[in-house]
Design a protein around this ligand. Structure first.
Ligand code: GRF
Length: 205
């Protein structure tokens, strides 16, 4: 197992409950990594406050301050490089990353999605699955590409839709599953147990 802790740069846009689960897992030494910077495209994202409370660098990169999406992504990349990030963790970050960022971290950018991909991609995966009437949905952790919710799947957890569920009660259980699965998937990467073969991620051991 590598002796150096994996340095995580977490990208967020919102409340950051997944970020919190990752911070807590690092503190509890369930996850052999440390969050070294949190970057948000939203100034008001509560996740930035969570980062500050945990004494982690909290960076707001204002999209409107950059003329092009490329320049904005360059600023994101600068923040990640400044903090010597090993692995980029998208946790409710609601934008794509450009090739420039992805190429700087080949197969070192991961994302979480609140449905069983490739079903129900997009910003409303939980509600779309619920409205479709599926009996099982879940959570997916995958390597990110330059397309939304695509890339080799690292881990999935199924969440049954129960009789009497509302979209809100389902959402609560999905989030519980996310908060378990994301740290566990990151730990597999920290242990060097995830490899890529073609379109597939494989777990070693
Ligand atoms: C999560 O459901 C995640 O799967 C999705 O955005 C949500 C972020 O929630 N991509 P939070 O900011 O971590 O609370």
């Amino acid at each position: 197992m590598p002796d150096k802790k994996l340095r995580l740069g977490v990208l967020i846009s919102g409340s950051g409950t997944n970020l919190q689960a990752i911070i807590d897992a690092c503190a509890e030494q369930f996850l052999d990594a440390e969050v070294v910077v949190v970057v948000s495209d939203k100034e008001a994202a509560y996740g930035l406050e969570r980062a500050r409370k945990a004494h982690i660098a909290a960076v707001w990169v204002d999209r409107t301050a950059y003329t092009t999406f490329r320049d904005y992504n360059h600023a994101i990349l600068f923040a990640l490089r400044t903090h010597e990030v090993d692995l980029v963790v998208m946790a409710g970050y609601m934008r794509l990353l450009t090739r420039e960022v992805l190429d700087a971290f080949p197969m070192r950018v991961v994302n979480i999605h609140p449905a069983l991909l490739p079903s129900f991609p997009g910003a409303s995966g939980i509600h779309d699955a619920f409205d479709h009437g599926v009996k099982i949905t879940g959570v997916t952790v995958h390597f990110a590409t330059d397309k939304f919710d695509e890339g080799p799947i690292i881990a999935q957890e199924a969440v049954p839709v129960l009789e009497g569920d509302t979209a809100e009660s389902l959402e609560a259980r999905i989030h519980e599953a996310e908060h378990r699965l994301y740290p566990a998937a990151l730990q597999l990467i920290a242990e060097g147990r995830v490899s890529i073969e073609g379109r597939k991620a494989r777990i070693i051991g």
